[in-house]
Structures are given as C-alpha cells and as structure tokens.
Design a protein around this ligand. Structure first.
Ligand code: NAD
Length: 331
C-alpha cells in the first residue's frame, strides 16, 4: 500500500481525493488546506458538482510542512493554485516523496526547472496532471497520427471555451500573477496535447484578448515543418450560461475526426461515419493510476515526463510573447 496525502482540498483536490480513496494499493491518510471551511464544502467547478467526501477518517492539516513532518507518506497529490506548485512540489520531493502535481506545471519556466532539479536530486517521481494525455479520445487522435492509419495530418483545431473559473480560493484564477490567465490555465491543456502529439513547433503566432485576468482569450497558430495547419484557442471570458466546452476537429488525408457524444466521431473518406464510446474511461482516474503504477513498478514515466510538460510552459510563454509583440515567435 502506498500512503498518500492531498495538499489543496479545493475543486481538483476533492476530485483527486475521491479517486485516491477508491484506488487499490493506495491508502489516503491526510489532507491539507489553509482554509478549513474547504473540508466541509462540496465544490462546483466547470466539471460539475463535486462529490461530498467524509473527511473524518483523515488527519487534517492547515500547514503542509507540518503534515509532511508528521505523516509517513510515499507520495503527495498537489492541487494548490498554480503559483504555489513549485513551493510544495520541491518541499515534498526534498522530504523524499513522489509527487503528482496538477497542471500547469509551474507559473514560470524557471519554477518548472526547479521542480525537475528537485526530482532528480532526490531520485523521486514527478508527474504533472496534463490529463489530456490520458483522455481516450485524444489518445485515439495521437494514435491515428503515430500509426498513419488515416494518412497524413492536414489540419487540427483544438478549442476550449468556458466561463471564468469563479469557484476558487481568493479568486486566484482572475489574478494573472497567480494563474497566468486563461493562456496558462485553460489553454495549456490543448498546448500540452499539441506538444505531446507533434512535438515542439518551430514557431507560434498568437492573438490575445485581455478582459479580467489578462490573457482571458488566446488563439494561436503552431508552425510545423510538415505544413499541417494547427490551431488552438482558449477563452474563459464567456458568460456563465455558456458553460464549459472543450472541442477538437482533426483532418487527416483519409478521415476527419470530430468530437462526438461519448467519444470521437470518425468520418472516413471511403465509408460511413462511426462513433466510438469511451464514456467508461476517465482521464483523471487513468493519470493517477498510471502515476501509482510507475511508483510500484519503478516504471519510467514516459507518458508525462516533466521535461515535456515544462516544454509546454515554454510554448505558452512564447505564445504570450507573440500576442504582445504581434509577431511570430520562434521557439
Ligand atoms: N486538470 C484539470 O482539468 C484541472 C481543472 C481545474 C483546475 N486544475 C488545476 O488544479 C489546481 C487547483 O485548482 P482548483 O480549481 O482546485 O482551485 P481551488 O481554489 O478550488 O483549490 C485550491 C485549494 O488550495 C488551497 N490552498 C491555497 N493555498 C494553500 C496552501 N499554502 N496550502 C494548502 N492549501 C492551500 C485553497 O484553500 C483551495 O482550497 C490549479 O493548478 C489548477 O490549474 C486542473
């Protein structure tokens, strides 16, 4: 059994807690949050209403350092606001623990570098919650690209439209210094998938809209040598009544893949369209299960190596630079 604790019991922390509770070979022993009212709350995020969790069986803390001193742990799940990822990741790694930290990896590239250094220094696993790498629909797209089963990639458009995240502690999402705006928070999912599937682009060309948090909307063209048109847009400036809508549209030589009800809808050049049903597979469960498997089996984390998720942050920073300068930025 691997003993674990959660740092940051807000929207995502509660979700991870519910999953860790159900996971074989994981024993959740402690929770930490600076705001004790979080232990009693059900949080509704853009993913819907969270489940009510019984925290009575856990040791509760408001100070992560104290928790790490007192508890005998194998790993921690870190789901604090982005600007604190580096601090608690490095702290836990230095105590000899493995770390699963939420996305985006860090508020800056330097923060990511420090996290990677700490993982190497302590020979511990560091995995970032870039969950699209574990979403079966996106895995289907990547597999089609890798195997070439639908021919060459011609065009890929990823979008992530949402209302602003208004559930959070101290409204930290709306503070650009803490969150990096929609560019680093919402849009980073699609950037990470593009980076995972196609590797680092040669250059980016972006436009942005600043409304409340700064970079509330960013739209980017990713320039690759193979000439495929690759675009992604993230926007959290939409009305609450709009909800949350991530989407994909991928054109291969011999098929189009678009989002369906329960999985990808495939429209082949030489046959009828069909839809896959992946509704029984959950990306958040998959990413945590993989992390635990990597620890237990001393497996290389080759799906989400931290060097790759840091590269994603580098790409987002280049996008912001491009939007500010109104010029293409080479990476
Ligand atoms: N993978 C995804 O799909 C996804 C979705 C939403 C959020 N996230 C990420 O998860 C992280 C958390 O986001 P959230 O929506 O849960 O935010 P949130 O504000 O709901 O939760 C953060 C929690 O951290 C607590 N906290 C703040 N400072 C702390 C400290 N020093 N020590 C301990 N606890 C502290 C807050 O009280 C709050 O309960 C962010 O990095 C966010 O980008 C990921």
């Amino acid at each position: 059994m691997l003993k674990c604790a959660v740092i940051g019991f807000g929207g995502l922390g509660k979700g991870h807690t519910g999953r860790a509770e159900k996971m074989e070979n994981v024993e959740l022993v402690a929770l930490c949050d600076v705001d004790t009212s979080q232990f009693e709350k059900v949080t509704t995020t853009n993913l819907g209403e969270g489940e009510r969790l019984d925290v009575a069986k856990y040791n509760l803390y408001t100070d992560a350092e104290e928790m790490l001193e007192k508890e005998q742990l194998d790993f921690v799940i870190i789901a604090v606001p982005t600007f604190l990822h580096e601090k608690y990741t490095v702290m836990a790694l230095e105590k000899g623990l493995h770390v699963f930290c939420e996305k985006p990896m860090g508020r800056t590239v330097e923060a990511c570098e420090n996290m990677i250094e700490a993982a190497k220094r302590n020979n511990r696993l560091l995995s970032i919650g870039q969950c699209l790498r574990f979403d079966p629909s996106y895995q289907f797209i990547k597999e089609a690209y890798d195997t070439g089963k639908f021919g060459a990639l011609k065009r890929m458009e990823l979008t992530r439209y949402s209302y602003a995240p208004i559930w959070a502690w101290e409204n930290w999402y709306m503070d650009f210094e803490r969150s990096g705006g929609a560019a680093l928070d919402l849009h980073v999912h699609d950037v990470d998938f593009i980076n995972y599937m196609l590797g680092r682009p040669n250059a980016v060309k972006s436009d942005a809209v600043h409304k409340t948090s700064g970079f509330d909307c960013i739209s980017t063209q990713y320039i690759y040598e193979n000439g495929a048109i690759v675009r992604a847009t993230g926007d959290w400036s939409l009305p609450e009544s709009f909800g949350f809508c991530p989407d994909y549209f991928v054109v291969f030589e011999n098929a189009v893949i678009k989002k369906g009800e329960k999985g990808p809808r495939v429209c082949p050049a030489d046959g009828d369209a069909y839809e896959l049903d992946f509704s029984d597979r959950n990306m958040y469960w998959n990413e945590l299960e993989y992390f635990v498997q990597c620890i237990n089996e001393s497996k290389l984390n080759d799906i989400v190596p931290p060097e790759s998720t840091m590269q994603t942050i580098e790409i987002v920073m280049a996008e912001m630079e491009s939007a500010e300068s109104r010029k293409e930025v080479r990476i």
